[in-house]
Design a protein around this ligand. Structure first.
Ligand SMILES: Cc1ncc(C[n+]2csc(CCOP(=O)(O)OP(=O)(O)O)c2C)c(N)n1
Ligand SMILES: [Mg+2]
Length: 627
């Protein structure tokens, strides 16, 4: 007997299948896809729109204001859900679709799942060229969606309705597999979306999808345990994989049992409470003095769930002499830097490693020193973020604002989530933000994408409605992408948004000067040409945010800001506070070298001097590597 079928359009089948996928989270069975963000246009409104409307109870659809932004929201949602649950995003053909490229790259870099469903041009080609179709002169199979191929973990174009039967299970497998996950793109030609087909009924039955937790190969555990037992000065570097693998408790137990101090990356911050005795603070370019001093002396670094990006490794100079042992679910990351690799799930890997290390503890003088330096760093953080007196006309800088945000609630370290991505703030937040809970620190620093902040905050709030989500954003990032303030108001997901207005691209201005370059084209009042006679714009952020539906105020100083933060916390809808800050100041404590290429020849003496410093740093690093 043939199996029962049901006649559906490709778009209807797609939506039904997505709605049927479930996942177990904290003992409950919930939909894998919590919903779909959609901006309709031609290429997705007629057929996919019809299907989404039909199934809106099982799979809700929401509208946003910009495709890149709604993908940021979806990606942030998945990050805040530790990749257990996710969203889909659909766009029209052409510009709607290409607006996804930046967000897809962001998801790819950060190893975060998101399902992208751009419309595509007619497979029939009968009406070609349709509105917004880019005609490739040499290849009839190309559409603008091909731009998404290099930034997708899995890409498919559904050129026949039956193809969903193989494409969708593959797509979902990639989305839920922690070793593979990232953006998945299914390009949906508009004529195929509307075509009907007899799909097997079984394709739409509810199904619980499970994320495979890979076991560590015993020989990798044995080799890593042997290296650890021989170590006198071990340090753990905790990356995002600790949080995504929900291994914070396991890591803490492991570190306590074996007396190994922990340093955190941008994605891994929050793995250990900020005030835990083994906490060294952040590692690397924006690292703490404690973590960087210990990493520089370490004879072994156990890197758990990290991509080992330059900000973590100090451009491969910080712990180049240490034996590197990695534990990563993703073999690509596990095998970086010729590491002694354990390719496994973090919980499973730590469990196996601790069994192989029974009875072993790092030497007491080493972890005693770690505890002292960690304590000193916490005192430094407290000092930098404390309320203080300001000289007349003196502007606050990021540390003052961060301190005031945290002072404005007694439970900040337990309940707040700070969201950020680009500018000077990530470097300050990683040093100075105090959190005791996984998820309390949400900084997208893999792609460090200006414009992630507000849209990302919305996704975090959707995932964690009970927590206070505080977006901290520079004036530059705010101006680049702020439209989802209106979406936050529209969907009723409250955000507190703090705009640090230092009138320009402060961190890039500082980097430019540090490289000996002339101040140029970064700060609105100081080095941006206004030859046309326009003058620097005086942007009224509070008025702008009010125009988008938020409650907003501009404050004159830190004391006013702290009071405004209390009002923002008491509010139940989007609340924006702007404050002027100093573009020239940043926290000098901590930090390590970062490789930025300085010109080899220049008419500027300051560039030549900076080049000498750069060359010396390269000799030191590359000498270290050879030694
Ligand atoms: C989309 C994007 N474009 C450019 C950059 C490069 N960039 C990094 S930070 C920055 C300036 C950010 O300005 P603002 O948000 O005001 O923060 P500030 O540096 O002043 O702290 C720029 C241009 C980026 N990270 N992302
Ligand atoms: Mg700025």
């Amino acid at each position: 007997m043939s199996q029962p079928t049901i006649r559906l359009t490709m778009a209807q089948a797609l939506v039904r299948h997505l709605a049927a996928q479930q996942v177990r989270v904290a003992g409950e069975t919930v939909p894998l896809f919590a919903g779909v963000f959609a901006i309709f246009g031609h290429g997705n409104v007629a057929a996919l729109g019809e299907a989404l409307h039909e199934h809106r109870a099982a799979l809700p659809t929401w509208r946003a204001h910009n495709e890149q932004a709604m993908a940021h929201t979806a990606i942030a949602y998945a990050k805040a859900q530790a990749r257990r649950r996710m969203l889909a995003v659909t766009t029209s053909i052409g510009p709607g679709a290409t607006n996804l490229v930046t967000a897809a790259a962001l998801a790819h870099v950060n190893r975060l799942p998101v399902l992208l469903l751009p419309g595509d041009v007619f497979v029939s080609r009968a009406p070609d060229p349709v509105l917004q179709q880019m005609e490739d002169f040499a290849d009839g199979t190309v559409s603008v969606n091909d731009c998404l191929k290099p930034v997708s973990r899995y890409f498919d174009r559904i050129v026949a309705p039956a193809q969903l039967l193989t494409a969708l299970p593959r797509a979902i497998q990639v989305l839920v597999d922690p070793a593979l996950c990232g953006p998945v793109t299914l390009a949906l030609p508009q004529d195929v979306q509307a075509q009907a087909f007899d799909y097997p009924v079984a394709f739409f039955e509810p199904r619980i999808v499970a994320a495979p937790a890979s076991l560590p190969p015993p020989e990798q555990i044995a080799a890593a345990a042997e290296a650890l037992r021989a170590a006198r000065r071990p340090v753990i570097v905790a990356g995002g994989g600790v949080l995504y693998g929900e291994a914070a408790d396991a890591l803490r137990g492991f570190a306590e049992r074996h007396a190994i101090p922990i340093a955190e990356t941008q994605a891994g911050k929050g793995s250990l409470p900020f005030d835990h005795p083994l906490q060294l603070g952040p590692v690397g370019v924006c690292g703490s003095s404690a973590a960087n001093a210990l990493c520089a002396e370490a004879d072994l670094v156990l890197a758990v769930g990290t991509r080992l990006a330059d900000f973590t490794t100090g451009s491969n100079a910080l712990y180049a002499q240490a034996r590197l042992v990695t534990l990563n679910v993703n073999a690509y990351d596990a095998h970086k830097n010729s590491a002694l690799a354990i390719a496994a799930d973090a919980n499973r890997g730590l469990d196996a490693l601790t069994r192989a290390l029974t009875g072993w503890r790092a030497p007491a003088d080493w972890h005693g020193r770690a505890a002292r330096l960690g304590e000193e760093w916490r005192a430094t953080v407290a000092r930098l973020t404390a309320a203080r007196e300001f000289a007349p006309g003196e502007l606050p800088y990021e540390a003052d604002v961060i301190g005031a945000v945290q002072r404005s609630a007694a439970d900040s370290a337990d309940n707040d989530v700070v969201v950020c991505a680009a500018g000077g703030l990530p470097g300050e937040l990683i040093k100075l933000w105090r959190t005791r809970t996984p998820g309390g620190y949400h900084v997208e620093y893999g792609y460090s994408c200006m414009g992630y902040e507000i849209a990302g905050g919305l996704g975090v709030k959707m995932a964690s409605p009970g927590r206070e989500v505080i977006v901290m954003v520079g004036d530059g990032s705010y101006l680049m992408l702020n439209s989802e303030i209106a979406t936050s108001v529209m969907l009723g997901h409250k955000l507190v948004i703090v705009v640090l207005d230092n009138r320009g691209f402060g961190c890039i201005g500082r980097l430019q000067r540090a490289c000996g370059d002339a101040p140029f084209n970064n700060l609105l009042d100081e080095d941006c040409a206004t030859a046309a006679g326009g003058g620097a714009p005086a942007v009224d952020f509070a008025a702008h945010a009010r125009a988008l539906g938020a409650t907003a105020e501009h404050v004159a100083d830190i004391a006013e800001f702290e009071q405004a933060m209390k009002r923002a916390r008491a509010a139940n809808s989007a609340y924006v506070i702007s404050i002027r800050t100093d573009p020239h100041r940043s926290t000098r404590e901590g930090g390590s070298w970062w490789e930025v290429a300085v010109p080899e020849v220049s008419t500027r003496a300051s560039v030549r001097e900076a080049r000498e410093g750069y060359a010396a740093a390269l000799r030191k690093r590359d000498g270290d590597l050879e030694a």
